[in-house]
Write a protein that binds this ligand. Structure first.
Ligand SMILES: NC(=O)c1ccc[n+]([C@@H]2O[C@H](COP(=O)([O-])OP(=O)(O)OC[C@H]3O[C@@H](n4cnc5c(N)ncnc54)[C@H](O)[C@@H]3O)[C@@H](O)[C@H]2O)c1
Length: 354
């Protein structure tokens, strides 16, 4: 009968495995052909074990597409070359894509896997702290555009997220700093044991503490993402620190100044928590950042006019407002809508002293 009716499309299931030295133990359904998307830092340390693993489930393993390191990989005009590589791999709907690298490579690799041939199954192997605690889980992927972060992208889930903390033994110091920013963001949202342990765990040099923290961050994020996979509500709490963080990161990039994503997020945390958070807890975060060697001020030379302009183009805007996490104390979070001007004011925490 003609008329109005609804249907629900179920989202896919993803397996998360957090274990040391476990890639070869991850069982995947056999496929004819596998493409690998990676980047230089991760490929230099993981090439042999990734190839051995890929050959265990795939008759043919294509030469890897090695993206540029970092956010240079996320430039729009590089996409044609990436798709040309995948086309040359002669992938089809039964193929699999393995994406191996830090958050930038995962963002691009998942985007390519989700769009090439209208989407192929893919697996994420995160190789930095930031990508292991955050970027690999949740399905957000995409590229930067006109100097603003992640403007073009989508939400799509991998079949497996294979997390091995051993990859982090070789990650650069800046990547570790960056990851710590996302760990502390999650710890402020989760509160409880995660925030308590973060305060003594410092740079997560203890391997047991590191594995526990990665697992705890992923479980917290998974719980939020499962409730709200497409960020129509509660998932927006995960953006804590990111409104200011992205503006600082973009302004730094525009000025040719190094400011890793997670360090910008940590600075964004300080700014976004300042008006609402308990002062003692806020000071603990600042102390933890200093003790771990992270800055509590953005690098000098940031153009705050550029940062304000980026805020005014933030992709989370709706009717001039941005939904933001308001945190009174670790674990006590609610969402509120604030005008863009509110965030421009928060930038003054830093711009006054510059
Ligand atoms: N999709 C999401 O939900 C999400 C969440 C947070 C951040 N991100 C994105 O993640 C990116 C930042 O990720 P990142 O901090 O992992 O940095 P990154 O991906 O830029 O990598 C940093 C550097 O580490 C090197 N590297 C990676 N793994 C290595 C290893 N095991 N050993 C040695 N070197 C290694 C890389 O070559 C690169 O030079 C940003 O683009 C950010 O927007 C995405």
């Amino acid at each position: 009968m003609p008329g109005e009716w609804n249907f629900v499309v179920p989202l896919s299931d993803t397996t998360v495995r957090v274990a040391v030295g476990h890639l070869s133990e991850c069982r995947l359904a056999p496929v004819d052909r596998t493409a690998i998307i990676t980047e230089p830092g991760a490929w230099a340390v993981g090439r042999d074990c990734v190839l051995e693993w890929a050959r265990s489930f795939s008759a043919t393993v294509e030469d890897p597409l090695v993206l540029p390191a970092g956010d240079a990989a996320k430039e729009l005009d590089r996409l044609g070359g990436y798709y040309a590589h995948l086309a040359a791999c002669r992938l089809d709907r039964s193929s699999r894509i393995l994406v191996v690298g830090g958050g930038a490579a995962l963002d691009v690799g998942a985007f390519l896997a989700a769009t090439f041939l209208r989407g192929l199954r893919f697996v994420l192997v995160p190789s930095t702290l930031l990508s292991q605690v955050d970027a690999a889980l949740g399905g957000k992927c995409g590229i930067n555009f006109l100097g603003a972060k992640n403007q073009i992208g989508l939400v799509v889930q991998p079949e497996l997220i294979a997390v091995d903390p051993d990859w982090l033994r070789s990650e650069p110091r800046a990547a570790r700093d960056s990851g710590l920013g996302e760990v502390w963001k999650t710890a402020w949202l989760a509160g409880g044991e995660l925030w308590a342990r973060c305060q003594t765990a410092g740079r997560l040099t203890d391997r047991v503490e590191l594995a526990w923290t990665i697992d705890a961050c992923l479980r917290f994020k998974a719980e939020v993402v499962c409730q709200d996979p497409l960020e129509k509500g509660r998932r927006a709490i995960l953006n804590l620190g990111h409104t200011i963080g992205h503006a600082l990161e973009g302004a730094a990039q525009a000025g040719g100044i190094a400011l890793p994503h997670g360090v910008a997020v940590a600075l964004g945390l300080l700014a976004e928590l300042k008006p609402t958070a308990d002062e003692v807890e806020w000071q603990m975060l600042a102390t933890l950042m200093r003790a771990s060697g992270l800055p509590t001020e953005p690098p000098s030379g940031i153009d705050y006019g550029v940062a304000r302009d980026l805020l005014s183009r933030d992709k989370k805007r709706a009717g001039g407002m941005i939904v933001t996490a308001v945190v009174q104390a670790p674990g006590q979070v609610r969402l509120e809508s604030r005008p863009v001007a509110y965030f421009a004011d928060l930038l003054r925490l830093f711009s006054r002293s510059s």
